[in-house]
Design a binder for this molecule. Structure first.
Ligand code: B16
Ligand code: MG
Length: 215
C-alpha cells in the first residue's frame, strides 16, 4: 500500500478491454489491399501507439511509390472506418468480471479513477461496454498532441482528476505506456505484455492484483 496514491489512470486497450484483435483485423484488411506485409508480431508494435504512427510502422514494409500526407490520412481513415464497424459488436460482456469487480472495489475504497488512452475511440468503446460512468475522467487521443512514451496523456489524466502526478498510479500493457508514466513522475503497474521488461514499479499477474498492491 502506498498512502500517496489517490488516483488510478488505466490504459484502455490491453488493460480494460482487448481491442488489439480488432485493430489487427482492420489494419490487416488495409495492408492486404495495399499489398503490404502485416502480421500479429507487427501488430504488437502498435500497442499504445497513435493511429498515424501505427500506419508509419506498417508502411516500413511498403515498397511502392512514395505516399503523400493526404494518401496516408486516407489510409488511416479507411482503417478507422473498418475498426469502428468492428467496435459496433462490442458489448458489456467483453469486460471481464475481474475488471468490473476490481473497479467497483477501488471506487468503494475511495480511489479516483481515470482512463489514459491513445485512442480517439476511447469514449465510444467505454460506452459500448457500459463503463463510461465508472471513470471520473477520460484523457484520450482527442486531447493530446504527443503520444506515449510522451507522458502527456497521463499528465492530462492527473490534471482532470485534480491530482498531482505522484498521487497517481498508471496501469499499462505497453512498454511505451510504462515509459510515459515514469517520464510523468507517476507510479506504474504493468500488466500483460509490459511485464516482461520489468520497467514498472509493480507487475500485475492479474487485474485484481491491484487490490493487493492498493490494500
Ligand atoms: P485509435 P491504448 C491504443 O489504445 C491502441 O493500443 C493502439 O493500437 C491504437 O493505435 C491507439 O490506441 C489509437 O487508437 O485509432 O482508436 O485512435 O492502448 O492507448 O488504450
Ligand atoms: Mg494499451
Amino acid at each position: 500500500m502506498n498512502p500517496e496514491i489517490k488516483g488510478i489512470i488505466f490504459d484502455l486497450d490491453g488493460v480494460i478491454v482487448f481491442t488489439d484483435e480488432l485493430h489487427y483485423e482492420a489494419w490487416k484488411i488495409t495492408a492486404d489491399e495495399m499489398g503490404v506485409y502485416f502480421d500479429k508480431e507487427i501488430n504488437n508494435l502498435l500497442r499504445g501507439v497513435s493511429r498515424m504512427e501505427s500506419l508509419e510502422i506498417i508502411l516500413r514494409n511498403y515498397h511502392g511509390e512514395p505516399l503523400s500526407k493526404g494518401e496516408k490520412v486516407a489510409l488511416a481513415e479507411k482503417k478507422n472506418d473498418i475498426y469502428k464497424k468492428l467496435l459496433e459488436k462490442m458489448q458489456p460482456s467483453d469486460v471481464t468480471d475481474s475488471v468490473r469487480d476490481t473497479l467497483n472495489e477501488l471506487k468503494r475504497r475511495g480511489y479516483h479513477l481515470a482512463v489514459g488512452s491513445s485512442s480517439k475511440n476511447a469514449k465510444y468503446i467505454l460506452e459500448r461496454v457500459n463503463l463510461l460512468g465508472k471513470f471520473d475522467a477520460i484523457s484520450d487521443g482527442t486531447n493530446i498532441t504527443n503520444s506515449k512514451p510522451d507522458p502527456e496523456v497521463f499528465v492530462k489524466g492527473a490534471e482532470f482528476l485534480g491530482l498531482q502526478p505522484q498521487e497517481c498510479l498508471v496501469v499499462e500493457d505497453a512498454d511505451a505506456g510504462i515509459e510515459a508514466a515514469l517520464a510523468g513522475g507517476m507510479h506504474s503497474a504493468a500488466i500483460g505484455n509490459a511485464t516482461a521488461s520489468r520497467k514498472a514499479e509493480y507487475n500485475l499477474a492479474t487485474f485484481e492484483d491491484l487490490l493487493v498492491i492498493l490494500e
